[in-house]
Design a protein around this ligand. Sequence first.
Ligand SMILES: [Zn+2]
Length: 160
Amino acid sequence: MIPLTDTTVRASFINASRKEVADLTLPADFEAIEWDRLDLLGWRDPKLGRRSYAVIPTLEGGLLGLLFRHPGSRPRTRAQCSWCNDATLPNDVVLYNAKRSGKAGKNGDTLSSLICEDFQCSANARRPPKTWYEGFDVEEARQVQIAELQLRSAAFATQV
Ligand SMILES: [Zn+2]
């Protein structure tokens, strides 16, 4: 994804109040992020532990920033992430809640999804998939995984 700045991150939110955006803390390693290895930027607020954020590029070249809350459920070890869709995850998956944007959100409408605990989706999609048969094109399958992650995360963000 294209590198983000503090300003572009904060300007991208579609389901957070001005105060929530002002209160957010960027990831500690923000300056060191390798943007070309990410399809989306997701992180847990270092100060407000129950809040997480994801900034997701859309297919049209826009950015959709989402604020998530943890409903307090325990992390699930044997679950599939709905974004990277990886069935052999090296990490836990957590149910994330996003308030819908606009009027729906004001009425208390939310969207939930099982997502990698620390938004490790970009790294997971870049892992070489299993070689299913002789001559299986691992690199091509990896590119498909990455493209599908971009589609699924952007579709979720658009729904919010
Ligand atoms: Zn994932």
